[in-house]
Design a protein around this ligand. Structure first.
Ligand code: BT5
Length: 268
C-alpha cells in the first residue's frame, strides 16, 4: 500500500517564518540544504523530502527509512550568537524535539547530545529521532544546517535496526505526518528565536533546562570517543559549552563528542 504524501498546502501554516521546499526524493536533505545555503539561501529555508536515497548520520553512518514513512527535513539557519555557543544548536534541537513529542503524549527524552529516545513498555528506550547539525561555509558567512529524521509510520518489520522505534509503534496508530511536521518546525523556530534573541540569560536558561531534561545525566555511561577509546563513569552534568561531564575513577572529564551508551552498573 502506498503511504499518503505530505499535505503541502497545509505547510503554508509555517509561512512567513519558514520557506518550505518539498522534494519527492533527495539524496540527503542536509546535502540539499547545504547547497542551497552555499547558493545564498537565507535563514528559514526548510528542505523536506518524502524519501532519501543517501540519508546521513554522524561519522558517515547512514539513516534509512522507507518512502513517506518518516519526516526528513533540514533547516538552514544563520546564527548570530558567539561562535562558542554554536555547539548548543544540536542540543537545543534535540531538547525541543523531545519536548514537542512529550507535549503530543509520547514518553520522549533526549540522550546526550541529541538522540531522541522513546521509553518502551519493557523499560528499554529506543531511538525515534536522529539529528545531524552541520556547519556550512557560504559566501555570506557560516550557516548551520539542522537535519532531523523522525520515524513516523514504520512498522516493526521496517525498522532499519533493532534499537529503533516509530511513533506508530508507540501510539498504535499512524499519526498525521503533516501535523507533526508543523508542530516540530514551529517549536524549533520558536526555541531558536528565543535562544538567539535572549542573550546570555536565554543561553543560561537553555543550559539548565537541557541538563534537567537530558536522560543521560545521572546514568552510568560508556562514551565511545572519536579517537576509538572509551570512557566509563557516571554522567553528572552538562557544562556551559554543552559538553557531557563524566565522573569516573580518575576524576571528571568533559566530553564534547562521542557516542554514549547507557549502561547498567552490572554491565561494565
Ligand atoms: C544520527 O546519526 O542519528 C543523525 C541522523 C540524521 C538523519 C537526518 S534525516 C534528515 C537529514 N538528512 C540527512 O541526510 N540526515 C538528516 P547517528 O547518531 O550517527 O546514528 C546513525 C545510526 O542510527 C545508524 O548507524 C543506524 O544504526 C541507526 N539508524 C539508521 N536509520 C535509523 C532510523 N531510521 N531510526 C533509528 N535509527 C536508525
Amino acid at each position: 500500500m502506498r503511504r499518503p504524501s505530505l499535505d503541502v498546502a497545509r505547510l503554508d501554516a509555517l509561512a512567513p517564518a519558514l520557506r518550505i521546499e518539498v522534494l519527492e526524493e533527495a539524496t540527503s536533505t542536509n546535502a540539499v540544504a547545504a547547497q542551497r545555503a552555499r547558493d545564498g539561501a537565507p535563514e528559514g529555508l526548510l528542505v523536506v523530502a518524502e524519501h532519501q536515497t543517501a540519508g546521513r548520520g554522524r561519522l558517515d553512518r547512514s539513516w534509512a527509512t522507507p518512502p513517506r514513512s518518516a519526516l526528513l527535513f533540514s533547516l538552514v539557519l544563520r546564527p548570530t550568537v558567539p561562535a562558542a555557543d554554536w555547539p548548543w544548536l544540536p542540543l537545543l534541537t534535540g531538547h525541543t524535539v523531545a519536548k514537542t513529542l512529550r507535549g503530543a503524549g509520547y514518553d520522549a527524552g533526549v540522550k546526550w547530545p541529541n538522540d531522541v529516545l522513546l521509553a518502551g513498555a519493557d523499560g528499554e528506550s529506543k531511538k525515534i529521532v536522529g539529528i545531524l547539525v552541520e556547519r556550512v561555509d557560504t559566501p555570506t558567512g557560516p550557516a548551520a544546517v539542522i537535519g532531523i529524521g523522525l520515524n513516523v509510520s514504520l512498522t516493526p518489520e521496517e525498522l532499519p535496526v533493532p534499537t529503533a522505534t516509530s511513533l506508530a509503534i508507540a501510539a498504535g496508530h499512524d499519526p498525521d505526518r503533516t501535523a507533526v511536521l508543523i508542530d516540530l518546525a514551529s517549536a524549533l523556530v520558536e526555541a531558536y528565536d528565543a535562544w538567539q534573541a535572549g542573550g546570555e540569560e536565554a543561553r543560561d536558561r537553555l543550559a539548565s533546562s537541557y541538563a534537567a531534561a537530558c536522560v543521560t545525566v545521572g546514568r552510568e555511561v560508556r562514551v565511545e570517543l572519536p579517537a576509538g577509546d572509551s570512557l566509563l563513569g557516571r554522567a553528572t552534568g552538562v557544562d556551559r559549552s554543552g559538553r557531557l561531564v563524566v565522573t569516573g575513577p580518575t576524576g571528571q572529564t568533559a566530553v564534547g563528542a562521542g557516542d554514549v551508551v547507557h549502561v547498567r552498573a552490572t554491565d561494565q
